[in-house]
Design a protein around this ligand. Structure first.
Ligand code: HEM
Length: 510
């Protein structure tokens, strides 16, 4: 009893003497930014207590009512939502506000302090260490993996065509992206396209869902409550599976490399090459980290696991969402789809099987416009959260005070009608460089699907290549017809921008 009273009075004193006065001081500096009315302790949490599909309309009502810079509260924490290019530049281009907001803490159990979630010197040092993994030469090597997995992907799609009925293309694309990232990040094949019931694949899927589930329920945010809840316990099980698999791969890969060194590089190509990529090949992500460990004593096995898990997470959900949305948008627009078909026929002729080369990718100019327009309308990452670490003056003199959290809402930034007239319209020509109404002269921070500035997406070239190989595989071989209207798709802005109930299409062989 004594200890309970001591604990409660400790918490109350902390709130009354430290937290609340600090918050009051912060609020007094935010009066020049307007926002919707909020409740004393809950803030605007009740505004978001709506079905998941209604979160976007709530945010839209804030922006319509108060402009592209809005103040709101989640619990006691003030947030400034921004959805205009000038403010976005101030935050993303800054060398100071490079720390992610506390909303990313929900990812720590899974990703630890990997590149996405780390801060300060650790982030800076690791970013430098990992940047060479995305060198052009290494991406060129990965093209072989993209091509191999896309040949499996093509046969999966052929089976779907034969079944002759509408299907959700989202999971089909996701399994291919998962196969690609497993092989490129870890050098492992998990055969997600052939057997999506693998424990590892299922656990990865479930973890994303559980992180999102917890994010929307503030009462599950304290770790000790989360761990006691049924969802928290399930999360623990999934983490065991995912971390166990990554640890195993790292151990085996280290062992294999040691054997290679001892036996000479050429003599030891692992027998089971259907599981491991050829040992003669450099595995950029994992190998780079294992190599770095030789000279960097601070890089532990756990750090290597965190970075590998980060690539697994950031590197497949994002690309599969982007690929799925663009494919669906093209299925709704036969006129643009015909242009894509024409471009691919100009590159490949009637050859449906030749592997895609780097030179082919460079020629897919119109497809690139379609992908960019898909990412404008459905940016895979809908929000970016940053802590303001030092007072930030905006162009009109308004100050974002130190301690406030900023959410860059990419989803609405990309719908600014002053930059993108008729913003809901899918129009790939917006990204033609040299045309009236095209990309030329646009504010550089009006379109940031890969973020921008020092913490931009390290994998964006990899992502663009992968999307082109996947989408060209689809449209070289098939005509895609939408089986639902765009207005019937409920869009969820969660960790990733995804459809609530999939994206349904039918395929017709070309
Ligand atoms: C269409 C595909 C992709 C999109 C739209 C995308 C978008 C983004 C965005 C917006 C961020 C900033 C996130 C934030 O600040 O919260 C980011 C960061 C990151 N992305 Fe991507 N991404 C994609 C694909 C990839 C791929 C394929 C990889 C790896 C293979 C990757 C690895 C990362 C990493 C490690 C970070 C953290 C970078 C840092 O903080 O230094 N992404 N991505």
């Amino acid at each position: 009893m004594f200890w309970a009273i001591l604990l409660i009075s400790g918490v109350l004193s902390y709130l009354l003497l430290i937290k609340l006065p600090k918050r009051q001081a912060l609020l007094s500096r935010l009066t020049s930014i307007a926002g919707p009315p909020s409740l004393p302790l809950l803030g605007n949490a009740l505004d978001f207590n709506v079905p998941k599909k209604d979160v976007i309309p709530v945010l839209k009502s804030f922006i319509d009512g108060y402009g592209t810079r809005v103040k709101m509260f989640l619990g006691l924490q003030p947030y400034i939502l921004i959805a205009n290019a000038a403010d976005t530049e101030k935050i993303l281009a800054s060398q100071i506000h490079i720390e992610k907001s506390t909303d990313y803490d929900r990812l720590h159990d899974w990703l630890g302090l990997g590149l996405l979630t780390s801060r300060g010197q650790q982030w800076f040092h690791r970013r430098k260490q990992l940047t060479p993994a995305f060198h052009f030469k290494i991406l060129d090597d990965f093209l072989r993996v993209f091509n191999e997995q896309c040949s499996v992907f093509k046969s999966v799609l052929e089976r779907k065509t034969n079944e002759n009925q509408a299907f959700d293309i989202f999971p089909v694309i996701t399994h291919c992206a998962l196969d690609i990232i497993c092989e490129t990040a870890m050098g492992r094949r998990v055969f997600a396209q052939q057997k999506s019931d693998s424990e590892y694949v299922k656990a990865i899927y479930r973890l994303s869902e559980l992180v999102q589930y917890r994010q929307l329920k503030p009462w599950l945010h304290p770790d000790f409550i989360w761990r006691l809840s049924p969802a928290g316990r399930e999360n623990e099980e999934c983490l065991k599976t995912v971390h166990g698999f990554t640890d195993l791969v790292i151990r085996e890969r280290k062992q294999e490399r040691m054997e290679m060194k001892e036996g000479g590089e050429t003599s030891k190509v692992k027998e089971d090459d259907s599981i491991f990529m050829s040992s003669k090949k450099k595995l950029a992500f994992l190998d780079l980290l294992i190599d770095a460990q030789q000279t960097d004593a601070t890089l532990t096995d756990q750090n290597i696991r965190e970075e590998t898990d980060t690539f697994m997470f950031e590197g497949h959900d994002t690309t599969s969402a982007a690929t799925s949305w663009t494919t669906f948008l093209l299925s709704l627009h036969p006129e643009y789809q015909a242009k894509v078909h024409q471009e691919l026929d100009d590159i490949f002729g009637s050859d449906r099987d030749r592997e895609v080369t780097m030179a082919d990718l460079a020629k897919m100019k119109y497809l690139e416009c379609c992908i960019k327009e898909g990412l404008r309308l459905f940016p895979s990452v809908p929000f970016i959260g940053r802590k303001i670490l030092k007072d930030q003056v905006l162009d009109d003199g308004v100050i974002l005070p130190q301690g406030v959290t900023v959410l860059c809402i990419i989803y609405f930034l990309h719908r600014d009608p002053t930059v993108f007239p008729n913003p809901e319209k899918f129009d790939p020509d917006r990204f033609k460089m040299d045309e009236e109404g095209g990309a030329k002269g646009r504010h550089p921070f009006a379109y940031v699907p890969f973020s921008a500035g020092p913490r931009n997406c390290i994998g964006q070239k990899f992502a663009m290549m992968e999307e082109k190989v996947l989408i060209s595989t689809i449209f070289r071989n098939f005509k895609v017809h939408a089986a639902q209207k765009r207005e019937d798709v409920d869009v969820l802005c969660e960790l990733i921008t995804r459809p609530q109930d999939g994206l349904h299409v039918t395929l017709e062989k070309r």
